[in-house]
Write a protein that binds this ligand. Sequence first.
Ligand code: CO8
Length: 257
Amino acid sequence: MAYTTILTEVRERVGLVTLNRPQAMNAFNTLMLTELFEALTEFDANPAIGAMVVTGNEKAFAAGADIKEMAEATPFQMIQQGRVELWDRVRNLKKPVIAAVSGWALGGGCEFALSCDLIVASETAKFGQPEITIGIIPGGGGTQRLARLLGKPLAMEMILNSRTLTAQEALQFGMINRLTPVAEYLNEALKLAAEIAARAPLAIRMAKDSVNAAFETTLTEGLKTEKRNFYPLFSTDDQKEGMQAFIEKRKPNWTGK
Ligand code: CO8
């Protein structure tokens, strides 16, 4: 597929999407959003791919939704375009998605990173929700995800007063998984993705679904979801292979069945 606002690449079992509107700090316009989710959906459906990485460039992961495109929009147009809903789609992709963040992750860019399953950041990464400075509030999940992840005090400060978190703070507050020098963040994310992509695919899928359920529901319901995902794995070839390989002291050979 030929895209104009993103670059895509497959590296062994990892699908890589690079946001490519450097002239606009990778702000999400409609075309880039459409292309991004088309590429992720395609990778998700491809059995040769086990995990995905989304990145930007060193200066900007993404500076949010394209303000120039939204400036004259009416509520009806915003609803009709349904762009805000796209942010939630990452959660529903079967395979894990890693955000490899350097530079600005603002507004919808920060929200996109938060909707990914893991975040690897460079030491220059900066996370923030500056929507209040342009007269709106986060619309891609920021109010909910930041409050759940960081707690009310910090979420309020970021959303009410546009406080930006440095990469070091994001690590300290448990918002990101890994922090690396600028030269290494993408390789680190790709390495992590490759490790996950080499694991039993059905178990990975059930694991992602189960952890995500923790943010949706009560503990009792969440535990039920975990059981619903746990038991069927005993009908897979990979469960038999994984346990046999352990017993025989060898590496498992996953088939994804
Ligand atoms: N939208 C459109 N253009 C942008 C955006 C943006 N979000 N961010 C940067 N640009 C453009 C600038 O206008 C500029 O273009 P030009 O050269 O034509 O003037 C170019 O990118 C370079 O930007 P700067 O000159 O401003 O670069 P600086 O290094 O001085 O500053 C910043 C970088 C700090 C990233 C700065 O550009 C900035 O503050 N950007 C806006 C950040 C922001 O407010 N983001 C929130 C947007 S709203 C949002 O995301 C809501 C999401 C809701 C869900 C989705 C709904 C669709």
